[in-house]
Design a protein around this ligand. Structure first.
Ligand SMILES: [Fe+2]
Length: 182
């Protein structure tokens, strides 16, 4: 079984029952990640695996700190002894440092998980931030607006997304440029 298939089965077990909408989103993000195979070459399977797993930290069984990227990455590291590249991508997906800062967890996140290579980091951010909560493709601007409307102006997640917006949009544009060169 490839890494992506293992990741899909694990994500399904953690998300499909308790969080069906998050599972729909995850399937869309994985499909988006698969579409990046032409620019990722040998690392396409790793990127798809990270897409399947990026939101498992939302699973009620895994919530510890409330920072889903950190909770998911710790679970992969500690329970499954998962590949370092995979845990790093999940830990830092979609510019997680901004929400980590808001939650007072930035030191823990950075101490436990290094950043992966920019090509992989931006690819996962692109896949997540151009996929709707229901798993459908959408523009990054619409995705950011959707997060703001879902959480409301006072929420920590909305503040984090505002601060992360330049990081997210530059990642999406970098991947779109790479796709355009193909
Ligand atoms: Fe996501």
């Amino acid at each position: 079984m490839g890494q992506a298939e293992w990741a899909r089965d694990l994500a399904r077990n953690l998300l499909e029952g308790p969080l069906p909408r998050r599972w729909a989103h995850t399937q869309g993000v994985a499909a988006r990640a698969e579409s990046l195979a032409p620019i990722l070459g040998e690392e396409a399977d790793l990127l798809t695996a990270s897409a399947w797993l990026h939101d498992i930290g939302y699973s009620p069984a895994l919530v510890v700190t409330g920072l889903h990227s950190l909770d998911g990455a710790r679970y992969l590291r500690d329970v499954h002894q998962a590949d370092d590249k995979l845990t790093r991508l999940v830990a830092h997906h979609s510019c997680a440092v901004y929400e980590a800062t808001e939650r007072g967890l930035i030191d823990a996140l950075n101490a436990e998980f290094d950043q992966e290579r920019p090509e992989l980091v931006t690819a996962l951010t692109y896949a997540d931030m151009t996929t709707s909560p229901d798993g459908l493709p959408l523009e990054v601007g619409d995705r950011l607006a959707e997060i703001h409307s879902r959480y409301g102006p006072e929420h920590l997640v909305s503040r984090s997304i505002s601060n992360a917006t330049p990081c997210i949009t530059s990642a999406v544009h970098a991947v779109q440029s790479a796709l355009g060169r193909r």
